[in-house]
Design a protein around this ligand. Structure first.
Ligand code: ATP
Ligand code: MG
Length: 647
């Protein structure tokens, strides 16, 4: 495929924090002397007691231990709220946009202080102490932010569970994290429909070993709920009894801030534990530079706070930087397919950060839904969560950003705490589909199956060879699983689980999960490349590619294809798609089997679960593995029923 390159727009090169030369200089400095570099960056947050040690990390097999700023003390809520009060008490911290477009509000840093303190006092009154775990199962309402910051304020760990999860998924997370207390709402509201959050908590309770001691219920819709005596309280009743001041607890840099379960794309979700000081330094720094955030900018990340993107880039990074961050309760298609763009116009959003799954689905709705809005305030676009197909990238760039907004394709993971590979808008020439270059202090390497480090333009497995402050510290309650998952495959390196190609310009291209790599007649291929070729066809809206056992080739290519609305599946179209991929990539990549699928199995965060598709393609649909994070289990039945015959 011909490779497009987009230069940094002149206006960007001039006003951004970093241009190419500055990036290179700063990157080199971060690699040459990490202690000095991170020692200086650590000062971007306020410390109660300053640190004297910066980095103390070992990836040694059996002795993995990661510590940053370990003798410093601080508090995350203090850094995200209190320290801004002298200059920003009247500035908007959070713009909340409701599911219903007639509902929105602005919360200043001054108000945020009071709300967080009240929530913290309510938690304290309910017996929550430093080190306790608090499960938060809330919709995208400001109380979610208050509750998270309230935990941080008193040194408790939050474990946010996405509001779309079932009682079973919720129960297993409450139990794994050993939370005695759950914060929820009567109901959530998404796309005009109510989500029975409190009922789900009621249904989860008997499934939790030891049960739930306390449930704090925020009133969102006023929907009918049953309150259980002795266990359940209304938040507003409790908040009325407490003061609007609560001193932030002094915690150590390595005290836990939160735990969060991964999306479950590759298996059973892992309880990822992040700590205080290094995490906040890294979230704040990446938010500033990757989004080139300047005072006064309106910034919108569309993720749910139930995902790490919501933690680092709706809440902690932006608020540590004194930003104005938008929080959206609804979905991209309600009440109209133009909702994202309407919200951008309504709140004059400058920086917009979303996921490829949203871009692909909105692309299917046609350009008119976008072009009828103005989007004049937009300056920068971002993408996260999956590889973005060049086709979707181009559409995002041309239609949404009118060719004037750079796109930051940010690669990272729940485990990494913050963005590791991404363009910087004033510094990096863009190539659609590439996450481009490493952030400061990040040393990506590409290794082969034996762990040999490959140099130059190569493809292989992506590892990171040094620690960075935002890195996860352990799997909650299971340090052994932490070591085995991330440090056993390639000793002394952090293994990402992702496949990656580096091109001649040193740009990184994530090719998909290593588990998903297919080997056709001895040629290793990432799924992303074949999928991108399919999606580039005008009739295709989404595609997922997996391997299946093939007598001659070793593995054959099995492609699940979702067509654009109004397109009809046919044998001719299958042939056309095979030819198309053959022309785009080469004969080696031509799909052996194509199954037209009205829907693909996705995680609740919108990622395609290829491990399930692989099982179906391998005819092992009796053993699909952990499906608790599937957004719509019914999709799988259809796929199984219509699977393609291999003989
Ligand atoms: P699990 O670890 O439970 O299988 P998950 O990996 O989907 O779930 P996350 O931590 O939410 O959980 O996602 C991180 C993964 O998402 C990365 O490892 C990568 O595969 C993919 N990803 C994220 N951003 C990008 C990006 N910009 N380009 C390509 N892939 C991305
Ligand atoms: Mg993962």
């Amino acid at each position: 495929m011909t490779e497009m390159i987009y230069d940094v727009p002149a206006s960007w090169a001039k006003k951004a924090y970093l241009n190419d030369a500055k990036y290179k200089k700063m990157y080199a400095a971060s690699i040459k002397d990490p202690d000095k570099f991170w020692g200086e960056q650590g000062k971007r947050i306020d410390w109660f007691k300053p640190y004297s040690k910066v980095r103390n990390a070992s990836y040694k097999p059996g002795k993995v231990s990661i510590k940053w700023y370990e003798d410093g003390t601080t508090n995350v809520a203090y850094n995200c709220v209190d320290r801004h009060l002298p200059t920003r008490a009247k500035q908007t911290a959070i713009i909340w946009e409701g599911d219903d477009p007639s509902e929105s509000k602005k919360i200043t840093y001054g108000q945020l202080y009071t709300e967080v303190c009240k929530f913290a006092n309510v938690l304290k009154a309910k017996g929550v102490k430093k080190g306790d775990r608090v499960t938060i199962y809330l919709p995208m309402i400001p109380e979610a932010a208050y509750a998270m910051l309230a935990c941080a304020r008193i040194g408790a760990m939050h474990s946010v569970v996405f509001g779309g999860f079932s009682p079973d998924s919720l129960a297993s997370r409450i139990e794994d994290s050993d939370s005695k207390i759950v914060i929820t709402a009567d109901e959530g509201l998404r796309g005009g429909r109510s989500v029975p959050l409190k009922k789900n908590v009621d249904a989860a309770d008997p499934k939790v070993k030891g049960g739930i001691e306390t449930v704090i219920v925020v009133k969102r819709t006023g929907g009918n709920v049953t309150m259980q005596d002795g266990r359940d309280v209304w938040y507003h009743d409790e908040a009325a009894k407490v003061s609007g001041h609560c001193p932030p607890v002094e915690v150590k840099a390595e005290d836990p801030l939160f735990l969060l379960y991964t999306s479950g794309s590759t298996g059973k979700p892992k309880g990822v534990l992040h700590t205080t000081g290094g995490y906040l330094v890294y979230a704040s720094m990446t938010h500033q530079y990757v989004f080139d955030y300047h005072d006064g900018d309106i910034y919108w990340c569309t993720a749910d706070v139930g995902w790490v993107t919501g933690h680092s880039y709706i809440l902690y990074g932006p608020l540590a930087n004194g930003a104005t961050t938008l929080m959206f309760e609804g979905i991209p298609t309600y009440p109209t397919i133009s909702r994202f763009w309407e919200v951008i116009d309504k709140h004059k959003v400058n920086i917009f950060y979303t996921a490829p799954t949203a871009i692909r689905s909105l692309m299917g709705a046609g350009e008119e839904a976008v072009t009828k809005t103005k989007r004049k305030s937009l300056r920068l676009l971002g993408s996260v969560g999956e590889p973005i197909n060049p086709e979707a990238w181009e559409w995002y760039h041309r239609v949404v950003g009118e060719r004037r907004c750079p796109i930051v394709d940010t690669w990272w993971q729940t485990e990494t705490g913050g963005i590791l590979i991404s363009p910087l808008p004033g510094a990096t020439k863009l190539k659609p589909g590439s996450a481009t270059r490493p952030f400061f202090g990040i040393r990506p390497e590409i290794v082969d199956a034996e762990g040999k480090v490959l140099e130059g333009a190569v493809e292989g497995n992506l590892v990171i060879s040094e620690s960075w402050p935002g890195q996860m510290r352990t799997v909650y309650g299971d340090h052994k699983r932490f070591e085995e998952t991330y440090f056993a495959t390639y000793p002394n390196k952090y293994f990402t689980g992702d496949g990656c190609r580096r091109d001649a310009d040193g740009y990184y291209w994530i090719t998909g999960r290593v588990d998903d790599v297919i080997n056709v007649s001895g040629h290793r291929m990432g799924t992303a490349e074949v999928e991108s070729a399919l999606v580039a066809h005008p009739k295709v809206s989404e595609a997922a590619v997996v391997g299946y056992p093939h007598d001659i080739k070793g593995q054959g290519i099995y492609a699940y294809v979702t067509l654009m609305a109004g397109e009809n599946p046919s044998a001719d179209l299958k042939k056309e798609l095979v030819t198309y991929v053959r022309n785009e990539i080469g004969p080696i990549a031509s799909p052996d089997l194509i199954q037209f699928a009205p829907g693909l199995p996705k995680t609740r965060s919108g990622k395609i679960m290829r491990r399930i598709l692989r099982k179906i393609a391998e005819d092992e649909f009796g053993a699909l593995g952990d499906t608790s994070t599937l957004a719509d289990p019914a999709v799988v039945d259809d796929l199984v029923a219509n699977r393609q015959n291999k003989r």
